[in-house]
Design a protein around this ligand. Structure first.
Ligand code: ZN
Ligand code: ZN
Length: 375
């Protein structure tokens, strides 16, 4: 059986007054003519009314408490307290509330704006100061947001008397229903503007291009949003400004790949230099840095340069730069070079190297597998 107490949101031992209050509140929220909008409101309203029809009547409530459902078909809506009465009770309250709402203010908050900010890797690494142009709306300089031609002022709407709404009596299957609607003449504002400002066409704001000055912190990433409070467009009739959100998009870098706040780069090293060892100079984001490659440097070996990565957002400190060694094996060689290499191979006993697999836990495949697994 339907739980009428639950529908009204009251305890089983609620007083008649509590029940009446709960009903009025819910009826006001869900009455289709008043709330006017939400799908499903009508059904909720019917349930609420049915619950009150029973619980609001001492006789029916007693019968219901004893296990009967007096509102079920045949149980009768006829006796005692009917729908009609409920409506009149409820409606006095609803129109009162509508009158208290009054006219809606002409000034409204401006909308937020989302602006994309393209940044280079060095800019997100160290942070950057940027001037960002935005198309926005500012208060109309001619009318200062009043929407009226200078020297004129808004006039109280004669149709609604400044209330912004008009009441209408309509007949419905449940009896007389009084509805409150926004005034069509003043659009609910309660006032009309007899002579609109010509510069802004009575909007109180005009389009404009402004430049925002932004300090972008180090460590932002693609998708990071920077909020500039109150820097958005001014609302209609000089209403408060919305906010601007700058959404960062990091440009691809030709040399460095970013993973979190660490940077990765590939360093091409000739085979001979990898074998003999060398000192190379790298162009890092912080300028030239020397990298010391030990004799016998292997392919895919990683040299880590501490604190040359991207700055950590807000907390300070920086990530690292990981240099991946890529040993270059010569392809085009002249006769003399080939001869030298053959001599080297002979000296090392490598003219006919044994073919053998590396162990499954060593070798390049194992390293690749570990890297993919993030080990
Ligand atoms: Zn204006
Ligand atoms: Zn009006």
């Amino acid at each position: 059986m339907t739980d009428y107490y639950e529908i009204l949101g009251v305890p089983r031992d609620a007083t008649p007054d509590q029940i009446k209050k709960a009903y009025r509140k819910l009826a006001r929220e869900h009455h289709p003519d008043v709330s006017g909008a939400e799908a499903g409101s009508e059904d909720t309203f019917k349930d609420v009314s049915r619950a009150y029809d029973v619980l609001g009547n001492p006789e029916k409530r007693r019968a219901y408490d004893m296990g009967g459902d007096p509102s079920a078909p045949g149980g009768g809506m006829g006796g005692g307290f009917g729908f009609q009465d409920i409506f009149e009770t409820f409606f006095g309250a609803a129109t009162g509330a509508a009158q208290q709402r009054g006219p809606i203010p002409r000034a409204r908050r401006g909308q937020d704006a989302l602006v994309r900010l393209d940044l280079d890797l060095s800019e997100v690494t160290f942070g950057v100061h940027r001037e960002v142009p935005v198309d926005t709306a500012v208060v109309c300089p001619t009318c200062s947001g009043t929407c009226c031609r200078p020297g004129t002022s808004p006039r109280t709407c004669e149709v609604c008397g400044g209330r912004g709404s008009v009441q209408r009596v309509a007949r419905s299957f449940l009896g007389q229903v009084m509805t409150t609607q926004p005034c069509a003449v003043c659009h609910g504002f309660g006032s009309v503007i007899p002579e609109p400002c010509t510069e802004c066409s009575g909007e109180g704001r005009v389009r404009s291009r402004r430049t925002l000055s932004v300090d972008v912190p180090a460590g932002v990433d693609t998708g990071t949003r920077i909020k500039l409070t109150g820097q958005g467009e001014v609302g209609p009739a000089g209403g408060p400004a919305g906010d601007v959100y700058l959404e960062v998009r990091e440009r691809k870098n030709d040399t460095f790949v970013r993973r979190g706040d660490d940077l990765h780069a590939t360093l091409e090293v000739p085979m001979t230099a990898a074998a003999l060892g060398t000192v190379l100079t790298l162009d890092t984001l912080d300028g030239p840095r020397e990298v010391d490659l030990r004799p016998g440097t292997q392919p895919s070996q990683i040299v880590t340069l501490k604190n040359l990565g991207v700055g950590h957002l807000h907390v300070g400190g920086r990530g690292d730069l990981h240099v991946h060694v890529d040993v270059q094996v010569p392809t085009a060689m002249d006769d003399e070079q080939v001869e030298l290499l053959r001599k080297l191979a002979a000296l090392r006993g490598e003219e006919r190297p044994e073919s053998r697999f590396a162990g499954s836990s060593t070798g390049v495949f194992a390293k690749l597998r570990d890297k993919l697994a993030g080990r």
